[in-house]
Ligand binder design. Structure first.
Ligand code: CMC
Length: 425
């Protein structure tokens, strides 16, 4: 298959075909406008390939997700998040020596500049941690100027990966009025974050293994998801050659929305609402089906997955295990399972292939770990950070890369004559 033919208004145009390594077929329309004057129209980009990428493969029909060729189930089972970071950013899993060096540099760069702490003083106590995270990541660019060569760029990437968890934990401490806990170089990435979240100066805190393992799994499962809204935003902003901190900050803001990463917070709020309203599942399923009602089942549905989300499967299983190990009995887990059962028996959800997505069970695990609801999307951002960085690098290293600039079909007024204000009725 090397080309396709398009018949438009009696003229025939040949469109080159591009085929990916998993056999995905794309029609290359990049010259179509020059040849015919027509553009393609695809609101929401549901059927548009914005780039070619060698980072993550998803088959939404079969529920397949692979980072750099490795199935998510295998990585979830036995890989540390820091290895996954290395894999996504560098393309290969690290050797032991590479891993030690990488881990060490991630640890060494965890501190944030002391002056940056002053910014935290300025945020309102009610500030959403996503607002703090996105603005503080942007602020990093004022401390670490634009990298001009490969080495400086790599250093900025390490800084970003290392400091994001510190900023995230500080944003939580700020919200509860506790002193910041500095990173501890003897701890792993996950332990360090949990220690900065939960330790207090007056008391030593031994990070429980069950928390470290649960966090590791959550971060691995969120690490990349090809051209989703936030990653496409990072690529879009980065395509103007904006620096990495500015580009990632934009991605964090894109993630915040309830249809994307903000859904994990909304799921818990929805489950709480259902519980306090007498656990009437059918009522909420009916509301979600009602087109005159804005309510949707949060944590349900996906643009790409049409049979199951492999991450949701792993998290459902993990929710049972983590809650049991922690001795937590959360009624919301039962409510989530019942809601899933009722929805999956309903014709509306079956016909539209709407299944629980990654956000449906993740919040229940975060809750059991003691992470407050308004931090859930920050947790998603920490997980997605390596994916965003890998895409930013891939885009910047593409010798054929161009600024992202879609077209539109204009539907406004055609030309009309300006009327001075005194002559307008
Ligand atoms: N509850 C009720 N109806 C739904 C839902 C839902 N959660 N999701 C989709 N639908 C319906 C939608 O109304 C539409 O119906 P119809 O064909 O009658 O117009 C049909 O299903 C197709 O949905 P869509 O909105 O066209 O699908 P999309 O690909 O544009 O949106 C989605 C995908 C994830 C934004 C959407 O399913 C949704 O809003 N889900 C709830 C929010 C959520 O859980 N987001 C997290 C996504 S996964 C993690 C991430 O990417 O961050």
């Amino acid at each position: 298959m090397s080309s396709a033919k398009l018949n438009l208004d009696g003229s025939e145009y040949e469109l080159p075909v591009t085929v990916g390594s998993e056999g995905e077929v794309g029609l290359d329309i990049s010259r179509l406008r020059k040849q015919s004057g027509a553009i393609t129209f695809d609101p929401g980009y549901g059927n548009t390939g914005s780039c070619s990428s060698s980072i993550t493969f998803i088959d939404g029909e079969k529920g397949i997700l692979r980072y750099r060729g490795y199935p998510i189930e295998q990585l979830a089972e036995s890989c540390r998040f820091t290895e996954v970071i290395y894999l996504l950013v560098n393309g290969e899993l690290p050797t032991q020596a590479q891993y030690q060096e990488f881990r060490e540099s991630l640890t060494r760069h965890s501190l944030i500049h002391e002056d940056m702490k002053k910014f935290f003083e300025g945020y309102a106590i009610t500030a959403h941690p996503m607002a703090i995270l996105s603005s503080m990541v942007s602020v990093l660019s004022s401390y670490y100027p634009e990298a001009r060569d490969e080495e400086a760029r790599e250093l900025n990437i390490i800084r970003l990966l290392a400091k994001a968890k510190t900023i995230a934990a500080f944003s939580y401490k700020k919200s509860i009025g506790q002193p910041f806990i500095y990173p501890n170089n003897s701890l792993s990435y996950c332990e360090n974050f949990l220690n900065m979240m939960f330790a207090v100066p007056a008391e030593p805190f031994d990070v429980p293994q069950v928390l470290t393992d649960a966090l590791n799994l959550l971060l691995v499962l969120h690490a990349d998801h090809e051209q989703n809204c936030s990653t496409s935003t990072v690529r879009m902003v980065g395509s103007s050659q904006a620096n990495i901190f500015a580009s990632i900050s934009a991605g964090i803001n894109a993630l915040w929305g309830p249809l994307h990463g903000g859904a994990n917070q909304k799921v818990i709020e929805m489950l709480q609402r259902i519980r306090s309203d007498g656990s009437n599942y059918k009522k909420y399923v009916d509301m979600a089906k009602d087109k005159d009602d804005e309510f949707r089942l949060m944590g349900f549905g996906h643009r790409v997955y049409k049979n199951f989300d492999p991450r949701a499967r792993l998290l459902k299983k993990s929710a049972d295990e983590v809650l049991e190990k922690l001795g937590v009995d959360d009624p919301l887990l039962e409510i989530a399972k019942n809601l899933e059962e009722v929805a999956l028996e309903d014709g509306y959800f079956v016909e539209r292939k709407l299944y629980p997505n990654v956000d449906f069970y993740s919040g229940i695990i975060y809750r059991a770990m003691g992470i407050p609801t308004n931090m859930f999307t920050v947790m998603f951002a920490l997980g997605r950070l390596p994916g965003w960085i890998a895409h930013w690098m891939e885009m910047r290293n593409d010798p054929h890369g161009r600024i992202h600039r879609p077209r539109q079909i204009y539907t406004g007024q055609t030309e009309r004559k300006f009327v001075p204000i005194e002559d307008r009725d």
